[in-house]
Ligand binder design. Structure first.
Ligand SMILES: NC(=O)c1ccc[n+]([C@@H]2O[C@H](COP(=O)([O-])OP(=O)(O)OC[C@H]3O[C@@H](n4cnc5c(N)ncnc54)[C@H](O)[C@@H]3O)[C@@H](O)[C@H]2O)c1
Length: 369
């Protein structure tokens, strides 16, 4: 197979820190050509290109897609720019790997699914937590049936003080939401994946801004400022949701950028069933056996760099066939739940119905997604 011609869109923090190394490793193996880098801040794209030997630089994704003859783009722009860039990439006949959240609104995810199918290409959301060694190992135990019937899950992504002062995380127009969409999305995707993506039916929740506007609230050192720094902080700073699934299972989700909790940062989940339970962050499994409780901890699992493992899995799927590792249909379930929490908040926390049905198959959707 000819190497895939890859273009990078959005050469900020996550592209520099976690993506580009995955692409250069695949280039070293002769599996991709790293052809172009694009950022609206041209110097940022030039710096990345210089450092990694990427021959072409653009400050406009449309121009790059018209001129560079690409097979695949990796999108790591602020959230609001994901869907426009992905739509343009499908029109140009590219596969798309895109950072989370794929698109803040479920209707945009549906549009992307349609565009993907029309183009006959693949679309993967960069939910890298699924590729952490511990999580991938736990998934094998869950798929082996250790949990029995799952009826309760708790997912949590809490920062005491950790509102990202860079980029576009605090401004709704650019991010689509606050901690729920930025870090809640990670732990919700991971938890649903471990649960086997049951179908959500209703959601209730609140997503207020309680601390951000108070005088004198500090941020985590090194995380930048919002007050007086030209940043519009109009997203929630805390959110909690309650989800009911068609199976009868329920899930709670909590997320914060600012919250008066003891731990500075915690990303955690637990899933409980009739046969056993798992603590996702601890990597422990609890079962009752021979009349006693047994708590066992996973050890000696592989520990790949998760972003790189996710990108590699996408390229594997394109080259070898097989399903896309994080299909947009699963992302649609995640985003429909998050959207449900925001809708419930607007209705004073009342329960709202959630539909995560993908759009009806289009002409070319018989191919593997
Ligand atoms: N998976 C993770 O662990 C993780 C971590 C951080 C960020 N992210 C996600 O990655 C994305 C980027 O976050 P970041 O921290 O790198 O932000 P960032 O602000 O550091 O980088 C974003 C870059 O995109 C550029 N850009 C903006 N609009 C563009 C457009 N239309 N075309 C091309 N370039 C454009 C900006 O100039 C900037 O250089 C966000 O969606 C965020 O949610 C994921």
């Amino acid at each position: 197979m000819k190497p895939l011609r890859v273009g990078l869109i959005g050469t900020g923090a996550i592209m520099r820190d976690a993506h580009v190394g995955a692409w250069t490793a695949l280039r070293d193996e002769g599996r991709v050509d790293l052809v172009a880098a694009c950022d609206v801040r041209r110097p940022a794209a030039e710096a990345l290109a210089d450092e990694h030997g990427i021959p072409h630089v653009y400050d406009d994704a449309g121009r790059m897609l018209r001129r560079a003859g690409l097979d695949l783009v990796d999108i790591a722009t602020p959230n609001a720019a994901h869907a426009p860039a992905a739509m343009a990439a499908f029109r140009a006949g590219c596969h798309v790997y895109c950072e989370k959240p794929l698109a803040p609104a479920p209707r945009e995810v549906r549009r992307l699914i349609r565009a993907r199918d029309l183009a006959g290409k693949r679309l993967m959301t960069g939910q890298h937590l699924r590729f952490e060694g511990k999580h991938a190992a736990l998934k094998r135990f869950v798929d082996g049936g250790v949990l029995g019937e799952v009826y309760y899950a708790r997912a949590s992504a809490l920062r005491r003080r950790g509102a990202p002062g860079w980029g576009a995380f605090l401004t709704k127009r650019l991010s689509g939401g606050g901690p729920l969409i930025d870090i809640g999305v990670h732990i919700l995707d991971l938890t649903l994946w471990l649960m086997g993506f049951p179908k959500p039916v209703t959601v209730s929740g609140v997503a207020p801004r309680k601390l951000a506007d108070l005088k004198g609230i500090v941020n985590r050192p090194g995380w930048g400022e919002w007050k007086g720094a030209g940043q519009v902080f109009d997203v929630e700073d805390f959110a909690v949701g309650f989800v009911r699934f068609e199976t009868g299972a329920v899930l709670t989700l909590e997320a914060s950028f600012l919250l008066n909790v003891v731990e500075e940062e915690s990303i955690a989940a637990m899933i409980c069933g009739t046969g056993g339970g798992i603590d996702v962050s601890a990597g422990t499994i609890v079962t009752q056996e021979h009349g006693v409780m047994r708590v066992s901890r996973l050890e000696n699992y592989a520990t790949p760099k998760p972003h790189a493992a996710a990108i590699r899995a996408f390229v594997d799927a394109i080259e070898r066939g097989g399903p896309t590792p994080v299909p947009a249909e699963e992302t649609l379930v995640v985003m429909a739940i998050l959207d449900g929490i925001y809708r419930s908040h607007e209705r004073g926390g009342r329960e709202v119905r959630v539909s995560a049905e993908p759009p009806r198959p289009g002409r070319r959707s018989k191919r593997r997604r």
